[in-house]
Design a protein around this ligand. Structure first.
Ligand code: GLA
Length: 394
């Protein structure tokens, strides 16, 4: 079951819709990808090194200037065009739903001295919502790039990522790290990005998987309480660092070398915090090992690291769920599969599977059937390509 993909071809349809709704042609069109994270989960708010990539499930948006803000999304047809007066001091308001992201972007851009006025915006997306593929960061990067381009500003991808992080942290009140917006604003096709979230230095690593490929499975499980559980993990790890620093001086948990894990864990007498810290230190080490395995074309090792990462997320960090665990466990029993893990924040959403290309059909048929028998509804498989950052495609 492959989703209908948004490609640059959808541009014509979007322009038509834009004109139909707002009676003007758009000046700016942005194509924005979604992302998977290969390894280094939940450590981008711990100063860690993470390894994400953009994938070709896209969002596309058209922009024209107008007095107020008006936004239409083809994915929420029933909501029609949402109109918001162009005023100052926007605040998060639950009743605005996804439009909060737009208002947050406007607010943060203005705070950063960009003179942004109103805009008419039309959006279409092939990113499955609430699937852990970061449709919100894709949307945020699209909005920031679109508004800036509409009002004749040009800034680099690193600044775009920082601005959207400000939107999430200060307007949406989520304690997210910078991984999603950073990869979406800067990632390069056919490359994984090793991003150091403590200083935003990064390097691109060619994704050469030989006979293997990454496949995405969407559990289609509605993610529940993601935001509150996410913020809880941020707080728990921050407490962990405070405890460790009673006798140390680390800036981040991910600085702690693996050889010091046992002596470090001895300092923590709270079992939950101990598990979170253990995960963070081990997960960081897996990222380094993965990079070595990638350079050495050691696919078996990569698969093993994915599996170990998943078990850490499941038992130590406790952000997986039975649907994701099922995909990972069952995938690993199928011929040609080297490893699998959940990707993104967890509590539902997607898993990635590293599989021999010849076995993709068998994997899809077997896993989707098993999943349906177990949970009573279908999961979906996406064969994805690693693509470029969000671009202006006027
Ligand atoms: C979400 C957040 C990211 C990151 C991942 C987990 O996608 O937005 O910052 O923390 O979860 O790795």
């Amino acid at each position: 079951m492959i989703l209908e993909r948004i490609t640059k071809m959808n541009k014509e349809n979007l322009i038509k819709k834009h004109f139909e709704l707002f009676k003007v042609n758009p000046n700016t069109i942005i194509l924005s990808p979604s992302r998977i994270n290969i390894i280094g989960e939940h450590i981008d708010y711990l100063g860690g090194n993470v390894l994400p990539a953009n994938i070709d499930l896209y969002m596309i948006g058209s922009f024209s200037k107008s007095e107020d803000f008006e936004i239409y999304s083809k994915n929420f047809k029933n909501s029609g065009v949402k109109k918001i007066k162009n005023t100052t001091n926007y605040k998060y308001d639950e009743s605005h739903g996804f439009v909060n992201y737009l208002l947050g972007c406007v607010e943060i851009l203005r705070k950063n001295n960009f003179k942004i006025s109103g805009a008419s915006i039309c959006i279409s997306s092939s990113i499955p919502p609430s699937s852990g593929l970061s449709s919100s960061a894709s949307f945020g990067v699209l909005i920031i790039k679109g508004l800036l381009s509409l009002y004749n500003y040009e800034i680099d991808g690193i600044e775009v990522a920082k601005l959207f992080k400000e939107v999430e942290n200060n307007f949406m009140n989520l304690k997210n790290g910078i991984m999603d917006q950073f990869i979406i604003a800067n990632g390069i096709e056919n490359n994984l990005m090793l991003l150091n979230t403590s200083n935003l230095e990064y390097s691109n690593h060619k994704l050469n998987l030989g006979d293997y490929q990454f496949i995405v499975f969407n559990t289609k499980k509605q993610r529940e309480l993601v935001d509150s559980k996410y913020n809880e993990r941020v707080d728990e790890t921050s407490k962990g660092l405070d405890i460790i620093n009673q006798s140390n001086n680390y800036k981040y948990l991910t600085e702690i070398p693996l050889v010091k894990i046992n002596e470090t864990l001895k300092l923590i007498d709270n079992e939950t915090i101990c598990k979170r810290v253990k995960f963070a230190i081990e997960e960081q080490n897996r990222v380094y090992e993965f990079i070595i395995a990638l350079g050495a074309n050691d696919y078996q090792k990569m698969g093993k690291l994915l599996n170990e990462g998943h078990q850490g997320l499941r038992y130590l960090y406790e952000v997986s769920c039975k649907e994701l665990d099922f995909i990972v466990d069952e995938a690993n029993k199928i011929t040609g599969v080297l490893g699998a893990r959940m990707t993104g924040a967890g509590f539902g959403g997607c898993a990635i599977v590293l599989v021999d290309k010849k076995e993709i059909n068998n994997l899809e048929n077997t896993l989707c059937e098993l999943y349906k028998n177990e949970f009573g509804y279908s999961c979906e498989m996406y064969i994805v390509k690693v693509v470029n950052y969000a671009e202006n495609i006027n």
